[in-house]
Design a protein around this ligand. Structure first.
Ligand SMILES: Nc1ncnc2c1ncn2[C@@H]1O[C@H](COP(=O)(O)OP(=O)(O)OP(=O)(O)O)[C@@H](O)[C@H]1O
Length: 258
């Protein structure tokens, strides 16, 4: 664990992680570490296992049929793959934001208050404060402060994605997993989400999956290149983009990939 200001932020350590869908391997013996407060970007061609990797970290993987997972994953004090881990607590600590904004069909306020209510916050003053703080952290407050009782569906796609980030932040996670969070957004909205990731940096340990290499270069501290379920190379972002060690990484980064 590392301490950033008042917050304690966990490291992530992955050892010998392999995943199979049926008999088909999707991740092969992945070993990596993300330090507390770092942003890791995972890049790689379609189908290389990026989303599978994220799904292991908050145990969403187990919702799928015929999946087998081996190895160990530690996030702070969670032994993630242990049978006895408290999955609800784990998912509260490890928040996730998906490719397509998926607000619940309810008001802006209720979207953000949803998690805190589930976790037992009943006081309306405390709920209002949590909603306001989370919307501020997600850089959405100024745009929605006068219309919290409107349906989340009235927001633009980019605003909806920031709402989903606010909803994830409202339960006070320590880790944020972002699965192509800007893939469905226009360039202006994407830039806002990227700015937000940079602002949130170091307060959370973050992993972002992205197909946008410039985005990976702009927001991350470290980059991991996956190919066909294997971790080919991981290193500091600048090193990976300027002097990758592996030929496959270089070919991918320069678009000479088959
Ligand atoms: N639910 C599933 N059942 C069976 N196979 C799956 C399932 N989900 C993913 N796979 C397979 O596992 C491999 C890794 O998929 P994954 O979605 O993790 O890759 P990805 O790198 O995130 O791809 P993309 O960039 O296209 O989103 C692929 O071959 C995919 O077809």
């Amino acid at each position: 664990m590392g301490n950033v200001g008042e917050r304690s932020v966990p490291d992530i350590e992955v050892h010998h992680l392999s995943v199979w869908y049926g008999h088909t391997p999707a991740l092969k013996n992945i070993n990596l570490r993300v330090d507390a407060g770092q942003v890791l970007a995972i890049i790689g061609p379609s189908g290389c296992g990026k989303s599978t990797f994220l799904r292991v970290l908050n145990r969403m993987i187990e919702r799928l049929a015929l999946v087998r997972v081996e190895g160990s994953v530690r996030i702070g004090r969670f032994d993630v793959l242990d049978d006895h881990v408290d999955v609800t607590h784990l998912r509260r600590t490890v928040g996730m934001v998906f490719q397509h904004p998926n607000p619940f069909p309810m008001t802006i306020f209720d979207n953000v208050a949803y998690g805190p209510r589930i976790f037992g916050i009943k006081s309306s003053t405390q709920l209002r404060k949590t909603v306001e703080d989370s919307l501020k952290r997600a850089a959405l407050w100024d745009e929605v402060r006068g219309k919290l009782r409107r349906s989340a569906g009235t927001l633009s796609g980019g605003q909806q994605q920031r709402l989903c980030i606010a909803r994830a932040l409202a339960v006070d996670p320590q880790v944020l997993l972002l699965d192509e969070p800007t893939a469905s957004l226009d360039p202006v909205s994407s830039a806002k989400i990227e700015e937000l990731i940079v602002q949130l940096k170091s307060q959370y340990t973050m992993i972002i999956v992205t197909h946008n290499l410039q985005q990976a270069a702009r927001v991350s501290d470290v980059v991991a290149f996956f190919e066909q379920g294997q971790l080919i190379e991981m290193g500091y972002t600048q090193d990976i983009f300027t002097a990758p060690r592996e030929k496959r990484t270089e070919e991918f980064l320069t678009g000479r990939f088959d």
